[in-house]
Design a protein around this ligand. Structure first.
Ligand code: SF4
Length: 192
């Protein structure tokens, strides 16, 4: 399934690749969201747009999926360009490792296409992040997420840092402070 609706939000599932393997990831639960989000092949930009054309009555579009959307950031930009033509706000839910994945700062390229970005901070320090998220790049990942988030505050109108309520109340408060210092909004997501 390339796109799916939850209430009045249209979600785009453009990849199953991810550089993390979070202990709380919905991919670890076969029942998932009730949609079949395992892709036989990654959809092209044309296929995604064709799928979007079959949808109506949505107020926002979110690049999300069962994976990390910015592993395909060029496709995100191409589809977002189409959505801008429809005057639809665009959000990206990301693990924040895009600059590590691509080996350079891709955030300026998102400017003007992404209205809101939600970055999974998940932990208040690198060791806890590694324990929860098992990132492919090990100890490099957490610092990369923080730098990515900082860059986003300079290029994207709305930046959220999020955690899942599987960590301690103390860790949650530390994460809230990190977000506030950065000028980002903060959200605690509930683990289902
Ligand atoms: S970053 Fe997101 S998609 Fe990737 S493993 Fe973690 S929860 Fe799953």
């Amino acid at each position: 399934m390339i796109t799916y609706m939850l209430k009045d939000v249209l979600y785009i599932n453009l990849t199953n690749q991810c550089t993390n393997n979070c202990s709380f990831c919905i991919r670890n639960h076969p029942e998932g969201l009730g949609f079949d989000l395992w892709l036989q092949k990654e959809p092209s930009v044309e296929e995604i747009i064709e799928d979007i054309k079959g949808r109506e009555n949505y107020r926002e579009v979110v690049f999300c999926g069962y994976g990390e959307p910015l592993t395909r950031y060029r496709e995100v930009i191409a589809v977002a360009r189409y959505l801008k033509g429809l005057d639809k706000p665009v959000r990206v839910n990301t693990n924040g490792q895009a600059n590590l994945i691509w080996g350079r700062d891709i955030v300026p390229e998102l400017e003007g296409y992404v209205d809101s970005i939600s970055i999974s901070l998940n932990a208040a320090d690198s060791a806890e992040y590694a324990r929860l998220c098992s990132p492919e790049d090990g100890a490099l990942a957490y610092e990369a997420v923080l730098k990515f988030a900082e860059a986003c505050t300079r290029h994207i109108p709305e930046v959220w840092l999020t955690v899942v309520d599987v960590i301690s109340a103390h860790q949650i408060e530390c994460c809230r402070e990190i977000a506030e210092k950065m000028g980002a909004k903060f959200r605690v997501r509930h683990y289902y």
